[in-house]
Design a protein. Structure first.
Length: 209
């Protein structure tokens, strides 16, 4: 059985109003979970925001100040606007948080992340084929919008090649996640790659599997 690192989607929130807030981030980190969150720029500064931000958006620096207290827990930084590679990478280096990666940037913007030497993941889904940047990426963000399309062998091969595989849990798209969670638990473990699950339910990692 393979250990799965939980990425709490927008933090571990108990009500939607808590998404991407310090309350949700702290709850996830205290429980030992990693975090997936969204970063944009607003008026020349980095902020936490999934949608176009307002002036009261949470500063990225405040999030990193909290995360710095838990340096061994992974951070998945969902890039919501292009042109942030240098600023985000500099902020992460300043925070001295080594276990992180960026993902979801456009393909042209991915080249900027590669140039600054930042860890980034490429995307794959039923609508996104393997790409030329996959070999240089730290791993794959594996999504399944409408169906659980991927085969176990795909994940096992990526892990065997030393890649991070961050699987989007089906409840984020309105489907029952339990079949996928059971499959992930049963994958062969060679210890080279890292398997992560981005989920709204990090507390339910033992769902009958």
């Amino acid at each position: 059985m393979r250990d799965i690192l939980m990425l709490a989607h927008r933090g571990w929130w108990t009500a939607r109003a808590e998404q991407n807030t310090m309350v949700a981030f702290r709850r996830a980190l205290v429980a030992g979970h990693g975090i997936e969150t969204d970063v944009r720029d607003f008026a020349g500064r980095l902020v936490i925001a999934h949608d176009p931000p307002r002036s009261d958006a949470l500063p990225f620096e405040a999030f990193l100040d909290l995360a710095a207290q838990y340096p061994t827990l992974p951070l998945a930084i969902n890039i919501k606007s292009d042109g942030l590679a240098q600023a985000v990478t500099a902020a992460m280096r300043e925070a001295n948080h080594m276990d992180w990666f960026a993902f979801d940037m456009s393909v042209p913007d991915s080249l900027a992340w590669r140039r600054v030497g930042a860890p980034f993941l490429t995307r794959r889904s039923e609508y996104e084929e393997p790409g030329r940047l996959d070999a240089e990426a730290a791993g794959i963000w594996l999504d399944c919008f409408e169906a659980d399309w991927w085969k176990d062998e795909l994940v096992e091969d990526l892990l065997a090649n030393g890649k991070i595989v961050a699987v989007v849990s089906p409840e984020l798209h309105g489907r029952d996640p339990r079949p996928i969670w059971q499959r992930l638990r049963a994958l062969r473990d060679d210890g080279r790659g890292r398997l992560m699950l981005c989920t709204d339910h990090p507390e339910q990692g033992d769902w009958g599997v």
